[in-house]
Design a protein around this ligand. Structure first.
Ligand SMILES: NC(=O)c1ccc[n+]([C@@H]2O[C@H](COP(=O)([O-])OP(=O)(O)OC[C@H]3O[C@@H](n4cnc5c(N)ncnc54)[C@H](O)[C@@H]3O)[C@@H](O)[C@H]2O)c1
Length: 362
C-alpha cells in the first residue's frame, strides 16, 4: 500500500493524461543517511529554482517533520511492495534514484532471510523500477546504491592485519547476510546497467547509470545510529555527550575505517555529478580515517572528561568487525571523481562532532 504522509502537497493518484512530474526518488529517507542527503538535495533544488525536479521520499516509517520539509512529496511504503512502486512509476518521471533503504548488519544477522528479502528483493524492485522508467521516458535513470565495507570478508584477524589497505576487487567473501546482500546489490546494478534482458528483442541499452560507493562506518552528529555493527564509534560519542556510561561491544584494538556523514554526502554528490566518461568502475571505495576503538575512547574521554567507557566484547559482533578491513584503497575514487576526505579523526571530533553533539545534548 502507498500512503502519502499527511502534510504539504501530495497527489497519490496522478490524473490520467497529465504529464508526469520529473522527480528524484529517495528510499529509506528516514534513516541517518537520508537525513543528510535530503538536506543537501533540498539545498540544490533551491539553487535550481523552478527547473528542479520534485524531491520524492519514501520510507517504511513515518518521516520526521524536518525530513518532510526537505521533500515535495513523501510516502510511507515498503520497497518490497511492487504494487506500491508501480503507483510511483505512474505518478512521476523519475530521473534519479537514491536507494538507501536497507536492513543493516546487526539486525540482518538476527533475521538473515528477512534481510535478504529487503536488501536484495527490494533492490531488484528499485532497479526494475528505474529500468522501466528509462524505457517509458527514453532517458537513462541515474541510480545511486550505498554499498558497504561489509562486502569484504577477511578470514581472520591475522589475515586482516596482513592485508592492511584493500582494493575494491579483493577479499570479497562477506561473513554477514548484509555483506552478501550489498555485494549482490553491486552486481545487480552492474547487470541492470550493462546486461539487463540480454536476449530480449526490444531491450533498452543501458537503461540505468549505476553508481555505488562502499562506505565505511559513518558517524553523524545529528542522529543516533541503530542496527549497524560500526555503531560503537558513534554510540560512544553520543553516550558521552548525553552523560551516559557506554559498554563497547568490541575489543580496544578493533580497527575499521570511518568517515563523517558530511563526508559521505559529499562523496555521493561528487560521484553522481561526475561525467560518465571519467568513471572506470561501478563501485568505489572511499576512505577517511581508521581509528581503533581505543583511539575513539581516548578522544571521547579527553573531550568529555568523566565519560565512562568500558569494553565488553560481544563475540558475534566482534567477529563481524574482525572480518572487515582496517583500511580501504580509495585511489580510484580520487582519480576518477576527485574524492578527497575532509577530516582526520581529530578534526572530525574538533570541527564537526563535538560542537554539534554538545548543542544537541545541551
Ligand atoms: N550508516 C552507515 O554507517 C552505513 C555504512 C555503509 C553503508 N550504509 C548504507 O547506507 C544506507 C542508509 O543507511 P542508514 O545509516 O541511513 O541506515 P538507517 O537504518 O538509519 O536507514 C535505513 C532506512 O531504511 C528504511 N527501511 C528499511 N526497510 C525498508 C523497507 N522495506 N521499505 C522502505 N524503507 C525501509 C528504514 O525505516 C530506515 O529509515 C543503507 O543502505 C546502508 O546499508 C550505511
Amino acid at each position: 500500500m502507498l500512503s502519502p504522509q499527511a502534510h504539504g502537497t501530495h497527489h497519490p493518484h496522478a490524473p490520467t493524461g497529465v504529464q508526469r512530474k520529473a522527480a528524484i526518488l529517495v528510499t529509506g529517507a528516514g534513516g541517518e543517511m537520508g537525513h543528510g542527503l535530503l538536506t543537501m538535495l533540498r539545498a540544490h533544488a533551491e539553487v535550481a529554482g523552478d527547473d528542479a525536479p520534485a524531491i520524492v521520499a519514501m520510507d517504511i516509517r513515518e518521516l520526521a517533520p524536518e525530513i518532510r520539509e526537505c521533500c515535495d512529496h513523501t510516502y510511507v511504503g515498503d520497497i518490497c511492495d511492487r504494487a506500491m512502486l508501480e503507483r510511483l512509476l505512474a505518478m512521476y518521471e523519475i530521473g534519479e534514484v537514491y536507494h538507501l533503504a536497507a536492513l543493516l548488519s546487526t539486525r540482518g544477522e538476527f533475521a538473515p532471510e528477512t534481510a535478504h528479502h529487503v536488501n536484495v528483493g527490494g533492490t531488484i524492485n528499485m532497479l526494475h523500477l528505474a529500468a522501466e522508467q528509462a524505457r517509458t521516458h527514453g532517458r537513462t535513470v541515474k541510480f545511486f546504491f550505498p554499498s558497504s565495507i561489509a562486502a569484504y570478508g577477511m578470514a581472520s584477524v591475522a589475515a586482516k592485519r596482513a592485508a592492511g589497505t584493500v582494493g575494491e576487487d579483493e577479499h570479497l567473501d562477506p561473513h554477514t547476510m548484509y555483506g552478501c546482500n550489498k555485494l549482490e546489490g553491486e552486481h545487480l546494478g552492474r547487470y541492470y546497467e550493462f546486461h539487463y534482458r540480454k536476449l530480449a528483442k526490444d531491450r533498452t541499452e543501458r537503461p540505468i547509470d549505476f553508481r555505488s560507493i562502499r562506505f565505511p562506518g559513518i558517524i553523524s552528529a545529528e542522529t543516533v545510529p541503530s542496527g549497524g555493527t560500526s555503531d560503537y564509534g558513534p554510540e560512544m560519542i553520543h553516550a558521552a555527550a548525553a552523560g551516559k556510561p557506554y559498554r563497547c561491544f568490541v575489543r580496544p584494538d578493533s580497527r575499521i575505517p570511518f568517515m563523517t556523514m558530511p563526508e559521505a554526502i559529499d562523496a555521493i554528490v561528487r560521484l553522481m555529478a561526475a561525467p560518465k566518461a571519467s568513471l572506470s568502475r561501478s563501485t568505489y571505495n572511499v576512505a577517511s580515517f581508521s581509528p581503533s576503538a581505543a583511539d575513539f575512547a581516548a578522544l571521547v574521554q579527553s573531550t568529555f572528561p568523566g565519560a565512562e567507557i568500558s569494553f565488553e566484547p560481544d563475540a558475534g559482533r566482534q567477529s563481524i568487525i574482525d572480518s572487515w578491513p582496517e583500511s580501504c584503497d580509495d585511489s580510484a575514487a580520487r582519480r576518477d571523481w576527485g574524492w578527497s576526505p575532509s577530516h582526520t579523526l581529530e578534526t572530525a571530533f574538533r570541527e564537526y562532532l563535538v560542537p554539534r553533539i554538545r548543542e544537541r545534548y545541551a
